[in-house]
Design a protein around this ligand. Structure first.
Ligand SMILES: [Zn+2]
Length: 439
């Protein structure tokens, strides 16, 4: 309707300028515009919305399915019937969330009727997922997904001060930083210590819903990072299609993941490193060895197990405060001190990245942090000085396949050049045709 009004205004404007001109030209133009209006389809949720009157809104606090329909002239017996008959597909009484969008469709036939009733309620569970409750003739409900498109792109960047700033300046998604810092290089590069001049190239896919709504970086296919003079390649490869296991390996098929995470907390800073010769003022500058690494973080920050293992201790004791100790294998154990709360108990099996407790100040500590202690063969060592074991290596048979697979990808990566002299440049992200279409 709104579109028609706009077109009508456009016609009037055109008229105002063209009225003194030849009438037939004007008529032809008008006819052309009318045809454009006819052809304008609004495809969404599997409907051509141009065939309907429709109302879009979001669920407000206090809204219920009943209230929404009642406000749109549907009576309670019918609302009850609709809710009852569709509850196995979608429970309208329980599943509506404040802030989520919904759309009501009305037939165009009675568009001037002030008591017009909707025929369809469409609720968006997420950007992708929606549920249609149709009560035009018979009552039916079904869930569906919006079409998703992936677009492959490439990007480069040189670190000036931080990766997020570099991405910002180039108009690139911060999602790229998260993918690189958390999924790909979490074990090999400390993103809190990037240096000026470090640089990267990536081949990645962006995700779009309905061809137009940007839904973030979907995945990184390959990356190259120069850090501290080291060149680190990373190629995404599925090692188990049944379980859907995907890992990143380097150009020699070495897994980039390590058996241990670099830190037990995200977005923290190291406030004190492992140091056997530490001297502290409050102790009269006597040597007080620090056998842990302190990560300062806010109280309540989740603490993660840095590797798979079994909890051997979870308790409160003396200067350690509340702590958890995990045995990973015959060689390694790790310990996490000063928690505000523990989230695991002795005997629990934990996976790398699982939350085992929260940062606190229990025991001997001057501020909120987690003291991370790394045990090797019963002795506390500096985890940053260890050559930590790789995560599951690639099998020999897969290795051949992998090395074959990466040849063209690496070639592509090597052929991307750093184009840093230019400001925000759309050509830095080479848009290619969509590569996949789901549905
Ligand atoms: Zn400590």
């Amino acid at each position: 309707m709104r579109l028609k009004q706009l077109i009508a205004i456009a016609i009037i404007v055109v008229c105002a300028y063209a009225c003194k001109e030849d009438n037939s030209v004007e008529e032809a133009y008008e006819k052309e515009l009318a045809e454009i209006v006819e052809e304008e389809k609004i495809l969404e949720f599997g409907f051509d919305l141009s065939h309907y009157e429709f109302k879009r809104d979001t669920i407000k606090k206090g809204d219920t399915f009943g209230i929404i329909l009642e406000q749109n002239n549907i009576g309670y017996p019918e609302i009850y019937q609709i809710a009852e008959q569709t509850k196995d597909t979608f429970n309208v009484a329980r599943s509506l969330k404040v802030g989520n969008p919904y759309t009501l469709l009305f037939s165009k036939e009675n568009e001037n009727d002030s008591l017009q009733k909707p025929t369809t309620f469409i609720y968006q569970k997420s950007l992708e997922d929606y549920v249609v409750i149709d009560f035009k003739d018979s009552i039916q409900a079904y869930t569906s997904k919006k079409p998703i498109t992936y677009v492959e792109r490439t990007a480069t960047g040189i670190i000036e001060s931080s990766i997020s700033k570099t991405l910002d300046e180039k108009g690139l998604s911060q999602g790229l930083a998260y993918k690189m810092a958390d999924d790909i290089y979490a074990w090999t590069i400390d993103f809190r210590r990037l240096q000026k001049g470090d640089r990267f190239k990536v081949i990645y896919t962006d995700k779009y819903i309905d061809d137009s709504i940007y839904a973030g970086v979907h995945d990184v296919k390959a990356a190259y990072f120069e850090h501290n003079g080291d060149s680190l390649y990373a190629f995404r490869f599925e090692t188990d299609s049944v379980k859907g296991i995907i890992d990143y390996f380097n150009e020699d098929a070495k897994n980039l993941r390590r058996a241990f995470l670099k830190a037990p907390v995200q977005y923290s800073r190291i406030s004190s490193r492992y140091n056997l010769r530490r001297r502290i003022a409050v102790y009269g500058y006597k040597v007080r060895p620090h056998k842990g690494t302190d990560f300062a973080a806010r109280i309540g920050t989740p603490i993660m197990a840095t590797a798979n293992g079994t909890v051997t201790e979870s308790r409160r004791r003396g200067g350690n405060g509340k702590y958890v100790k995990i045995r990973h294998n015959d060689t390694y154990s790790t310990q996490y001190l000063h928690m505000s709360r523990r989230a695991v108990k002795k005997g629990d099996f934990v996976k790398q990245g699982d939350i085992i407790g929260y940062v606190g100040m229990t025991g001997n500590t001057g501020g909120p942090h987690v003291c991370y202690r790394f045990w090797k063969n019963g002795k506390q060592v500096d985890p940053f000085k260890q050559k930590l074991p790789e995560a599951k290596p690639i099998s020999d048979s897969l290795k051949v396949k992998y090395l074959d697979f990466i040849v063209p990808v690496k070639q592509r990566l090597d052929n991307i050049f750093f184009l840093e002299a230019e400001p925000i440049n759309p050509e830095n992200t080479i848009k290619e045709s969509p590569i996949t279409d789901i549905q």
